[in-house]
Design a protein. Structure first.
Length: 732
């Protein structure tokens, strides 16, 4: 057999040997899509003697482009070096460097990164006299980026103005583009947008590139946005040799502009009278055991209402003894302990390495509980695609606020937060303050109250900051710690800053700050166990103990070669691991959004579950808990609908015994006549299930004599009740 076609299955060979006309390769997870792309390029060059200079392959990251190029070179030799394999943006730079003067720019244009863009937008806001506190630059930058991805220019945006915010965006967008043009600069979104405009303005240039690149290949087609689709469409219009690889079941980036319709409507978009679109399905998975793929198939088939590109993954790797473990814990603390015990067991008994194991979760805020228990057992871990919970900027900012409140002489904390959120206290003001403090042997906090060599505006801003810290100090008496954290976040306007920013990043940071409250609960529980958290302790002393304990928890470096990988499911796309844990698979967490979830959003959440399941090669663990400690409170979420979608015979149920639906009607006996039943007190403990005649099913979280803290389902929350009350029935 031709060496290029060796080791390919029949469907892969069909895709590789396809010569002319449009083709969509629907490539399931782990089905060898990169192999198909690279072997097709090699086949065109070596077997069909197509010039390497007439082939254009486009992918999304520089890393993926380099990997593809290296593979092609290994198959065809030096010819592969001259091939144009690049990202969308790199290809557009290549085009614009030749002919951007037609659009009024010079060839030596510069490219603004995201930091440059933010700086430029801040300047524009200042010039337009728009308050950046009410219209945060990051939010406006994100909106303008989305608008550009929809191929909408400033002069066209006017018709989209519908309120104060879009009116501001309209004004800023226009001024921002003027600023870029004066600087002979382009941002990342301009690269594609201006290439499209160039093609529309100059038919000759478009025809040149259409003739030059006769074979177009696109990777991860399900992740393309409207502008990228238009670019691909233009490039393929002459020869129609468009070959795209993608998987609609792995389209999980709508929040950053990806449009799933591009892949779902490929046949309609590229069909002509002379060119029928061919579709190839790659369903053989080379990564996972069949039981794992069966679970993935069970979940994703619920998205197939449109009957579009339906596929069923299968594998030659089969082992009847293997099953997917579904562990339902009494509490989230028990859930994380279970995960760690399984990690230790797999490494000790089954000779896996820590690097072979990944723990996946829906949002970044969920890493805290896992980090805490991994620290406890001294297991090395690495946060992939993010930083440790303790190292996240917002957590360090909040920590600095708390340290300054208990110790106003902490200059490092003062410098970190005096202008966070922005209060108009710039570097010049800080330098003057530092000099004054040094000359008078004062801390920066004390110097801020006395310095008189500043402008009135700077002095007012400093004094307002000092007064805010002193107010928070005055509130630190007989206050619940979680309430105090909320007070700090609100009084400092830190939370308000993130609310106004209203970006994906800002929402994630807000989640992390809310999860900090869970850290307070954890620390209080730990200190209680050590006997350090007695009732006579003042709120000030409690906060000092909490700050010190957090500092000790975070003073660890965990980036090692052999380490458990922690990551969100989005960050796991494209990766694979022998052992995968999917953590916290509950309604309201995964799927995220609860009852307000739209059908489109639910389908994307389901695709995320599909991606999570298909990361596992050998073993898969799915876990959740009856009561979860999250965002500073206890919550009782039902198990995720995605678990119920998996065939029961595929799951090995462990942990809390599955209970039948129980009667929750009001009891017929008279509460007044019923005697107090002290037997309940003897039977109850943390984790005991109960039925309340009014609140329904619940789980005991804490017991103090005959008063129990009980977590009920959503709607009733946490309640402290006398366990001997006749309205309560213990589930045997």
């Amino acid at each position: 057999m031709n060496p290029i076609l060796q080791d390919l299955n029949p469907e892969q060979i069909k895709a590789v040997k396809h010569l002319n006309g449009p083709m969509l390769v629907v490539a399931g997870a782990g089905s060898g899509k990169t192999k198909v792309l690279t072997h097709r390029i090699a086949y065109l060059i070596k077997e069909k003697e197509i010039s390497e200079n007439s082939i254009l392959a486009i992918t999304f990251t520089n890393k993926a482009a380099k990997e593809m190029k290296d593979r092609v070179i290994s198959l065809v030799g030096k010819k592969g070096k001259d091939m144009h394999i690049s990202t969308f943006h790199s290809f557009c730079v290549y085009v614009l460097r030749q002919d951007i003067d037609i659009l009024g720019y010079h060839h030596n244009f510069v490219i603004y990164d995201s930091g440059d863009t933010l700086s430029a937008i801040r300047e524009v806001l200042k010039d337009l006299n728009i308050d950046s506190k009410h219209y945060p630059p990051k939010r406006i930058a994100g909106t303008i980026s989305n608008v550009k991805n929809e191929y909408i220019f400033p002069e066209q945006f006017k018709k989209y103005v519908k309120d104060d915010y879009t009116d501001v965006v309209n004004r800023v967008y226009k001024k921002y583009q003027e600023l870029l043009r004066k600087a002979n600069a382009l941002d990342f979104d301009d690269l594609i947008m201006l290439t499209l405009r160039l093609f529309e303005r100059d038919e000759e240039i478009l025809q040149f590139y259409q003739q030059k690149f006769q074979y177009i290949l696109v990777d991860e087609y399900q992740d393309t946005n409207l502008s990228q689709f238009k670019l691909v469409k233009y490039m393929a219009e002459r020869h129609h040799n468009i070959f795209v690889v993608g998987d609609s079941d792995q389209s999980i980036y709508s929040w950053r502009g990806a449009d799933i319709r591009n892949i779902l409507e490929f046949e309609k978009d590229f069909f002509t009278d002379k060119n029928e679109v061919k579709v190839i399905y790659l369903e053989q998975n080379y990564r996972s055991y069949q039981n794992i793929l069966d679970a993935a198939n069970c979940v994703i088939k619920n998205n197939y209402s449109r009957d579009k590109y339906v596929k069923k993954l299968w594998s030659a790797k089969k082992d009847e003894s293997k099953s997917i473990v579904y562990y339902r814990a009494v509490s989230s603390d028990v859930e994380t302990e279970y995960i760690v015990q399984k990690i230790i067991e797999r490494c000790d008994k089954d000779h896996y390495q820590l690097r072979d194991i990944a723990i996946l979760y829906r949002t970044n805020a969920m890493s805290l509980a896992l980090e805490k228990v991994l620290n406890k057992y001294k297991i090395d871990y690495e946060i992939v695609g993010n930083v440790s919970f303790f190292e996240r900027r917002e957590i360090k900012d909040l920590g600095a606020y708390l340290r300054l409140i208990v110790n106003p002489d902490d200059n490092i904390s003062f410098i970190r937060i005096v202008n966070m959120p922005r209060r108009g206290i710039g570097n010049q003001t800080l330098e003057k303050l530092k000099r004054y403090a040094s000359l008078n042997d004062l801390s920066l906090f004390k110097a801020a109250k006395k310095i008189d060599v500043l402008s009135n505006r700077a002095k007012t801003s400093l004094l307002q900051f000092v007064e805010m810290i002193e107010y928070l100090q005055s509130q630190l008496a007989d206050i619940d710690m979680i309430e105090f954290i909320e007070l700090v976040l609100n009084k400092s306007t830190y939370f308000r800053m993130l609310e106004l920013e209203n970006t994906e990043e800002a929402l994630g940071r807000m989640e992390n700050l809310n999860e900090f409250k869970t850290l307070i609960l954890d620390v209080e529980e730990d200190l209680n166990e050590l006997g350090l958290m007695n009732e006579d302790l003042s709120a000030y002393d409690k906060l000092c103990l909490i700050i010190n304990n957090i500092a000790l928890s975070s003073d660890k470096k965990h980036k090692k070669d052999n380490a458990v990988k922690l990551m969100t499911i989005h960050a796991a796309k494209g990766l694979e691991f022998p052992i995968v844990f999917i953590y916290g698979v509950e309604e309201n967490i995964f799927p995220l959004g609860g009852v307000d979830l739209s059908s489109d959003d639910l389908e994307e959440e389901r695709r995320l579950m599909y991606v999570a399941i298909t990361r596992a090669k050998d073993e898969l663990f799915i876990s959740n808990s009856e009561v979860r400690k999250i965002y500073g409170s206890y919550r009782a979420n039902p198990e995720s609908r995605f678990i119920r979608e998996i065939d029961k015979d595929l799951l090995n149920y462990q942990g809390v015994r599955k209970l039948k639906k129980m009667e929750t009607k009001r009891p017929t006996f008279s509460i007044k006549k019923q005697e107090k039943n002290n037997d309940n007190e003897k039977q109850v403990k943390s984790g005991t299930k109960i039925i309340h005649s009014r609140f329904g099913e619940g789980v005991v979280v804490n017991v103090k004599k005959d008063i129990c803290t009980i977590a009920f389902n959503a709607g009733h929350g946490i309640k402290k009740l006398d366990i001997n009350h006749p309205a309560i029935t213990i589930v045997k």
